[in-house]
Write a protein that binds this ligand. Structure first.
Ligand code: SF4
Ligand code: SF4
Length: 369
């Protein structure tokens, strides 16, 4: 049941909003003869829509598709394979965010490498990895840098600290992703019919509302920047429906308390100071040109890909359908492994590992018993 409905503060407003959304969705169906589809491109929205019950309450009215918004879910197997290969040096400490420990590569996880005695550590921030490098001057500390535009400035802050402190045994394996190129790719491929986007609050905080104008001007689609509370998300879906009904392409900032028109200029400055655009491999999608950021040449000394030689092969194919899930082609239960071979305790693919993954959200909040 909707926890938003049960909240004593918000219940009345939420019920009203939900009714309005259902009414608008019915109008859309009468007008266009189909259910409207919106994609959220933020892992936290995926989880929040499932947790609050909004996704379930809108079944049959609005199709909410979980797009490629979780950095863990889109990290390809080859990156994990490379990190596992890097654990093989005796003088090395590998650091990463917690969720990455259980993401399967072609032949195992970083967690398995750790249980085999390799020095793999979970850190909460890349700056913690810089501190570890400071404390272990005779070992090489390598941080696996994943994330979208929200995290890239934080990675830059860690490199800045290492640079200022002249720490030479710290480097980063960059596997970052950018939202704009993946949205363009999805729209270009046209595999799934979309009527608009629920845009990520945190990425927009860095990039600003104007960054997403291309959705309206080039693709004629509405998009709404939303916060993470139930009321925020219901309000955003209502805006999307109203725009879609009127065939009005507009990029709306419905999270003005946090997101500015031009974003965070300082965060953008630092990400562009150390990093430059690069081609990136997305799990289940493949390489997308200029869809990530990696070190500029002058910072090669911090670039683990330059500092260490690692050979990886083609990723092993599995029955995991995460690639189709994050492209919106299937819902998690359509994967034969969902809830059987693949559960949060024993995840086969990253969408079940990540606390923000679509399969984990479905398993936790929407699974039919
Ligand atoms: S970092 Fe923020 S905006 Fe990006 S996926 Fe996670 S919650 Fe969403
Ligand atoms: S249920 Fe598991 S195996 Fe299937 S797509 Fe999701 S993560 Fe992959």
């Amino acid at each position: 049941m909707l926890d938003v409905m049960d909240s004593p503060t918000h219940s009345a407003l939420s019920r009203t909003l939900l009714q309005e959304v259902r009414m608008l969705a019915s109008q859309f169906q009468q007008t266009f003869g189909r259910v409207p589809s919106f994609m959220e491109v933020c892992g936290s929205h995926t989880m929040a829509l499932a947790r609050t019950g909004i996704k379930k309450a809108l079944e049959g009215y609005v199709r909410l598709i979980s797009g490629p918004g979780c950095p863990v879910c889109v990290t390809d197997q080859v990156t994990i394979d490379a990190m596992i290969s890097l654990t093989n040096g005796s003088d090395r400490i590998i650091c990463t965010f917690g969720d990455m420990m259980r993401v399967p590569g072609s032949y195992g996880t970083l967690m398995q490498a750790k249980t085999e005695g390799k020095d793999v550590r979970v850190v909460y921030s890349p700056v913690d990895a810089v501190r570890i490098a400071e404390q272990h001057p005779h070992q090489e500390v390598i941080f696996l840098g994943i994330g979208f535009e929200t995290t890239i400035p934080i990675l830059a802050a860690a490199v800045k600290e290492a640079e200022e402190k002249q720490i030479h045994n710290f480097s980063m394996w960059m596997s970052t992703k950018l939202v704009e190129p993946i949205l363009r790719r999805l729209l270009h491929d046209g595999e799934v019919l979309l009527d608009g986007f629920l845009l990520p609050g945190h990425v927009s905080m860095v990039m600003g509302r104007e960054h997403f104008e291309f959705l309206a001007t080039e693709y004629g689609l509405p998009a709404v920047i939303s916060g993470f509370e139930a009321l925020h998300m219901l309000s955003a879906i209502r805006h999307l429906l109203m725009s879609a009904l009127k065939q009005r392409a507009i990029v709306l900032n419905d999270y003005k308390s946090v997101v500015a028109e031009q974003g965070n200029k300082q965060a953008k400055y630092w990400m562009n100071h150390y990093f430059t655009l690069c081609d990136e491999a997305w799990r289940g999608i493949g390489v997308i040109s200029q869809s990530g950021m990696d070190f500029k040449k002058e910072y090669d000394r911090f670039n683990a890909k330059i500092k260490f030689s690692v050979s990886t092969s083609e990723p092993r194919r599995t029955k995991c359908r995460c690639g189709e899930v994050i492209r919106g082609l299937i819902d998690p239960p359509q994967c034969a492994l969902f809830g059987k071979a693949c559960t949060p305790i024993n995840p086969i693919g990253p969408c079940m590992v990540s606390s923000e993954g679509s399969c984990a959200a479905y398993y936790q909040y929407m699974r039919e018993e």
